[in-house]
Design a protein around this ligand. Structure first.
Ligand SMILES: C[S@@+](CC[C@H](N)C(=O)[O-])C[C@H]1O[C@@H](n2cnc3c(N)ncnc32)[C@H](O)[C@@H]1O
Length: 272
């Protein structure tokens, strides 16, 4: 693929930048927008009134969805605070396949003493049509030896699913990235590659294109590159754009192997 917008992260407002992308060209929208919890991203995006936040969310969703191919999918990271409203909005436009819970495992330090400690993010998985792309085999989880042994009765012998592993559940327990984690960049809400790569492998064909409107530290771009997919996206904060450029320039470590043959990895550029 040689289009000028492919494998670039543009340091600009996503709503303006979407005009660069032709309609019907994206296989997967995988995006992690501001949650409106008052985080400091060097801009006001996470500190809007509820009305403005929901209006803006609807605006970017309506601008982004025409970019998807008919068999494309969308994953959106949210919190319980606004997922009900945003899921309703998306369900008017797409079919909801899953609500995935990302269990961050380690609770944040401190926090409320008048409610329970929140340790999960809510991820919505949506599709446009019944024939959406979904490669389950690329993300199956091998059964451990104990389970295999427990399924040793004759009816299980030779059972394909026992050999190929199981379909990941909708509860994903992956620790958030601590300061010392080798993946960690200087971004307050960086997501682990393990999570993003699972979504990319399952829902974007090899050589397809993943769009992330809110790149942050560039995790979606790195994941796409490691998995042999293309990417495009936007980030408002120039400091984060520099981090993305740095991460993309690092020597390539391929993602853990998929069962299918991967195509050559594409050229990566960051436009700032
Ligand atoms: C939740 S973070 C994304 C984190 C990312 N998934 C990662 O792993 O690093 C959201 C990002 O959206 C950016 N942002 C906010 N409003 C934006 C806009 N209108 N256009 C582009 N980026 C925006 C923020 O600066 C912030 O870095």
């Amino acid at each position: 693929m040689s289009e000028a917008w492919i494998n670039q992260v543009f340091c600009e407002d996503a709503l303006a930048g979407l005009a660069r992308i032709p309609d019907g060209s994206i296989d997967l929208i995988l995006t992690d927008p501001p949650y409106n919890l008052g985080k400091d991203y060097g801009n006001d995006s996470d500190s809007q009134t509820v009305e403005d936040y929901l209006r803006w969310t609807e605006q970017w969703i309506d601008a982004a969805l025409p970019k998807l191919k008919p068999n494309g999918s969308l994953y959106i990271f949210l919190t319980w605070r606004f997922s009900p409203e945003i899921f309703v909005l998306l369900k008017k436009r797409m079919t909801m396949m899953n609500e995935i819970i990302w269990d961050r495992r380690v609770p944040s330090m401190g926090g409320s003493v008048r409610s329970y400690s929140s340790v999960h993010d809510t991820i919505g998985f949506f599709v446009r049509r019944k024939d959406y792309y979904f490669d389950l085999d690329s993300v199956r989880i091998p059964y451990d030896a104990e389970t295999k042994k427990a399924r040793s009765r004759s009816i299980f012998i030779g059972a394909k699913w026992l050999e190929v592993g199981y379909n990941p559940k909708d509860l994903w327990s992956v620790s958030r990235l601590h300061r010392e984690h080798p993946e960690r960049a200087d971004h307050p809400t960086q997501k682990p590659l393990e999570i993003i790569e699972r979504m990319v492998k399952a829902s974007c064909p090899p050589d397809g294109v993943v769009l992330d409107l809110f790149m942050g530290s560039g995790t979606t771009a790195i994941a796409a590159k490691r998995c042999g997919r293309n990417f495009v996206g936007f980030e408002l904060n120039p400091d984060y754009c520099a981090i993305i450029a740095e991460r993309l320039a690092m020597p390539e470590v391929p993602a853990p192997p998929e069962k299918k043959k991967k195509p050559a990895v594409k050229r990566s550029l960051v436009n700032s």
